[in-house]
Design a protein around this ligand. Sequence first.
Ligand code: ATP
Ligand code: MG
Ligand code: FE
Length: 346
Amino acid sequence: KIIMGVESSCDETGIGLVRLHDDGTVELLADEVASSVEQHARFGGVVPEVASRAHLEAMVPTVRRAFDSAGLTLSDVDAIAVTAGPGLAGALLVGVSAAKAYAAALNVPLYGVNHLAGHIAVDTLQHGPLPTPSLALLVSGGHTQLLRVDDIASKITEIGSTVDDAAGEAYDKVARVLGLPYPGGPPIDKAAQEGDPGAIAFPRGMTGPRDPAFDFSFSGLKTAVARWVEGAQARGEQVPVADVAASFQEAVADVLTAKAVRAATESGIGTLVISGGVAANSRLAGLAAERCAEAGIELRVPRPRLCTDNGAMIAALGAHLVAAGCAPSPLDLSANPALPVSTVCV
Ligand code: ATP
Ligand code: MG
Ligand code: FE
């Protein structure tokens, strides 16, 4: 069976095509992404109206590119999955409207799915079926969550989340303070390679004895970095960008991996999946590998291209729903910008 995935929750228009095999494995056939990230760069963050218009312009050409690259035609499609939420309302609506039109025209079932569950499901395209239960650390521009996955098609439970900024948001804000471009993750990752991660002792948020064990906080860290940089500038000193980047990155990776490994160990879960845009971070992946090895936990991190927003993740989740025999969504489904992660399919 061929499943098409449609993603438009933020600033990436993504179309993915996968094949669901009889044995339940899911094969990636096409993954085309059109990003409007450059149009948002000068604003330092995603502008919703700009993103919606870009989706509208990119949707049909991206669908065409996906089918061309897979050597398939629309009539080969057996089911369609689309991101129903969470995300930007106007951006989501473009994908949902397009997916409904394709589903009606092709007379195939439509699944309105959860974007966050898609970030986890995408790992099965690279590493095969997910052992259950698994623990997922989802770290992106809008989310930072620890999730227990009992069944990717139907049972995902939140164990902890950020109480303020998402990890990716902290990267983007710290990059701005350091005069690095948006999005901030890649340039900070690069600058940090030349820096000393022990140069500056930045705070580890939410790690006090009375703090919730599995929640995160990055806004204090972001402020601490800004204060430190302002202090150096006020004294007329040159800001050691590489050392600040490396020390900030170390603080983020330390807290994320410590809490994820502790959550897995305490719940007796043997597999940790790290996904979302920040999973592309080299230090996060490196420290997670060290700590998981020590704790005897299997670590799965999809390749960077699969970690950031794309349509393949939505197609993969759709394939798991089809394989599990889940009921399709009604054709009058609507986008839900605040869809909770516990709702895998609307
Ligand atoms: P969400 O999935 O929560 O709706 P989103 O679409 O903004 O949000 P992604 O596309 O998954 O999220 O991730 C984008 C984020 O990942 C940005 O904040 C970016 O700075 C960050 N990021 C990308 N590469 C790296 C990296 N190498 N190191 C750290 N952060 C990174
Ligand atoms: Mg994005
Ligand atoms: Fe995302």
